[in-house]
Design a protein around this ligand. Structure first.
Ligand code: AR6
Length: 168
């Protein structure tokens, strides 16, 4: 599996799937979640609301992942995952690792050859970016995926890209 580290806006990436650092409500928020909802259009919120009503009445648990179409995005799918919130006392490294593992496994099941990830939990959720980067790189190296060939880490700032480059 090839890893690329890119500085920029994940919503512009021409990959099969982009991963959203969502919250359990799946109903949008700030950060990369807000950017993805704005770029994908209102259909994305409607799809998320339908998921909530059908399969996730209590919300998407931390560390799990679920997919919707990408609607107006270049990417065909959005994989929504929920990273742990450091500020809320969610400090288990396994939960952070699970968000990456479950997203990669779901991408593979969807048939996505290329997937773009943001720095899950390294923004509003307050995790140390170095821990996030190490966890993300390990997850890709150890993934038992069959279809995913390319993983892009799309980091919003050059500083975050440097952290991921150091981890890789
Ligand atoms: N493209 C790529 N990365 C981005 C973009 C973008 N367009 N916008 C922000 N980032 P965050 P979290 C970076 O806070 O820590 C939301 O409200 C950002 O600079 O988006 O997992 C959700 O609804 C940071 O490096 O996600 C949840 O409530 C990284 O993406 C909560 O925030 C992740 O920051 C999730 O917090």
């Amino acid at each position: 599996m090839r890893i690329e580290i890119v500085t920029g806006d994940i919503t512009t990436r021409h990959v099969d799937a982009i991963v959203n650092a969502a919250n359990s409500s799946l109903l949008g928020g700030g950060g990369v979640d807000g950017a993805i909802h704005r770029a994908a259009g209102p259909e994305l919120l409607a799809a998320c609301q339908a998921l909530r009503e059908k399969d996730y009445r209590d919300g998407l648990p931390v560390g799990q992942a679920v997919a919707t179409p990408g609607f107006r995005l270049p990417a065909r799918w959005v994989i929504h995952t929920v990273g742990p919130n450091w500020h809320a006392g969610q400090r288990s490294p396994h939960l952070l690792r699970s968000a990456f593992d479950e997203s990669l496994a779901l991408a593979d099941r969807l048939g996505a050859g290329s997937v773009a990830f943001p720095a899950i939990s390294a923004g509003i959720y307050g995790w140390d970016p170095r821990v996030v980067a190490r966890t993300a790189i390990d997850a890709v190296h150890e993934a038992e995926t069959k279809v995913v060939q390319l993983v892009e880490f799309v980091l919003f700032t050059p500083d975050m890209a440097d952290v991921f480059t150091a981890a890789a």
